[in-house]
Write a protein that binds this ligand. Structure first.
Ligand code: NMX
Ligand code: MLT
Length: 456
């Protein structure tokens, strides 16, 4: 079938059988020991979640259903409109891979793309009105969380659940519909938020039903050459590159296994049978923290400010001094470090490679030069500083500054694009959570007295 829901329908019975067998026959098998250090240390090293789409290895980085970014770039279908076939895969192909575990055919990927475009034509009018009336100056991530939460008014799952006419076995079908509708709405919602911050809410571009999801994000930001608005006067090549950057970015930020704050929050809230809009809105609120997705905006601010203070983005000595001053003020170097990874993030490398493949575009960009130079200097400084377990660049180190290059210069907006992409992994898991009948999440907590008793 070319329909994602039909393919899932066929897959679910076997998986459900497998998980029940696992529970029945191996439910008592131990995975690890939980230490007091983990309980008071952000649950680090505590393997305790089931997550289907992706898995993170500390040294190899993220794998999407067992596939590296390189594998995905080779295997996942691209847009047929890609003029030279060198572009990035469609995030729609990634969504299919996450949901089913299989690489989609080009027909399957394009069918999903068309379905998202058909469902995403316009925002529900109540969300549109609400978004138009948000106070100016509200952070774009707050706008995104509000917009998503408001769409719970149209949740199929919430409506059916309230009516009481669905059985547990059917939950996933309505969660699936909500998840696809939510993902489909993100280009319009993102465009609306961007127009709120740069154009007093006036539309910046057009939604095109014959185009893919990432293209529509770019178009609604007013960044494609076909649109009259083409805000930055990008030429044909630049605007094609910008769409490709968007496909790359939104294709690889989809998921980072289950334990990161945005994914875990979505899963946790969804386990109470809150619908996908409420669940992902909560995930977005977590993504809006500076130690998580908001680092995307912090990195750009940091690079721009540093470039004002140093004589050249190539000056290793001045960069080093700048970093030491920051660390002496007890601030973190944004875009560096990771809770689980222990090497440079392959997603950072993919973004850096995007810039390196276009020397004529980026060779003169002081911020991009500094971003690359920093990735040599910061790890040395952080190692000498001696606290950070992973001194290497993470996913947020390169992304915002590439968008900035093409003219999306509103720093607070970058994490919204992260939020578009991140919808795909956690919502895939939510569908599977309901398909497999997983229960409400409720770990046990301990107070000081109980922890003390364990130490005696
Ligand atoms: N700059 C300075 N100090 C750091 C950094 C950094 N980039 N990263 C970690 N440290 C410090 C950390 O604050 C902690 O100090 P203290 O003992 O005084 O509390 C110490 O090193 C040990 O921390 P780790 O165990 O290495 O890191 P942890 O797992 O606690 O946190 C991050 C992981 C990602 C929150 C942390 O590395 C960080 O704050 N990085 C900067 C912010 C950032 O780039 N976040 C984006 C992460 C990716 N994403 O999108 O989510
Ligand atoms: C992510 O993509 O979610 C970040 O790298 C943070 C994490 O994995 O904890």
């Amino acid at each position: 079938s070319v329909g994602l829901k039909q393919v899932l329908q066929d897959l679910i019975p076997q998986r459900k059988h497998d998980i029940l067998e696992l529970k029945k026959n191996y439910g008592n098998v131990k995975i690890g020991d939980i230490t007091i250090g983990s309980v008071i240390g952000g649950m680090r090293g505590n393997t305790s979640m089931f997550w289907q789409g992706t898995s993170l290895d500390a040294y190899e980085g993220i794998k999407f259903q067992g596939k590296t970014i390189g594998d995905c770039q080779r295997l996942l279908p691209k847009s047929p409109k890609d003029s030279n076939g060198k572009g990035n895969f469609l995030p729609e192909s990634m969504l299919w891979l996450l949901m089913t575990g299989e690489v989609p055919s080009i027909e399957q990927a394009l069918h999903l793309s068309a379905e998202l475009a058909a469902r995403g034509r316009q925002l529900p009018d109540y969300t549109d009105k609400l978004m138009s009336n948000l106070p100016s100056g509200m952070h774009p991530m707050t706008q995104l969380a509000i917009g998503l939460a408001s769409m719970n008014k149209g949740s199929e799952f919430a409506r059916k659940y309230e009516k009481g006419d669905i059985g547990k076995n059917e939950y996933w079908e309505y969660v699936f519909d909500d998840a696809i509708n939510l993902i489909a709405a993100l280009p319009q919602l993102t465009g609306k938020i961007y127009s709120n911050i740069v154009a007093g809410g006036k539309p910046l571009g057009q939604f095109r039903e014959d185009c893919d999801w990432s293209y529509n994000i770019c178009s609604l930001l007013g960044m494609t050459s076909e649109d009259s608005c083409n805000r930055q006067n990008l030429d044909g090549k630049q605007s094609e590159d910008f769409v490709n950057l968007m496909r790359l970015y939104t294709g690889i930020h989809v998921d980072h296994e289950g334990g990161n704050v945005s994914a875990h929050t979505t899963h946790l809230v969804g386990s109470a049978l809150s619908d996908p809009y409420l669940s992902y809105s909560s995930g977005i609120m977590g993504l809006a923290g500076p130690l998580h997705g908001l680092a995307a905006q912090e990195v750009v601010r940091f690079l721009i400010e540093m470039n004002v203070m140093i004589s050249s983005p190539q000056s290793g000595r001045e960069i080093e001094q700048y970093l030491w001053n920051l660390l002496r003020c007890k601030r973190v170097i944004p875009g560096y470090g990771h809770a689980v990874l222990r090497k440079a993030d392959p997603r950072f490398i993919a973004m850096l490679d995007f810039a390196k493949a276009r020397p004529e575009e980026f060779a003169q960009d002081k911020n991009v030069i500094l971003m690359e130079k920093l990735s040599e200097i910061a790890p040395k400084v952080l190692k000498e500083h001696g606290k950070t377990k992973n001194p290497y660049p993470n996913v947020d180190s390169a992304s915002g500054i590439l968008f900035y290059h093409y003219g999306v210069t509103e720093l607070l907006f970058f994490t919204v694009i992260f939020g578009c992409s991140r919808s795909m992994g956690p919502l895939t898991q939510l569908v599977w959570d309901r398909a497999l009948g997983l229960p409400i999440e409720r770990p046990k907590s301990l107070d000081f007295k109980s922890l003390g008793a364990l130490c005696r």
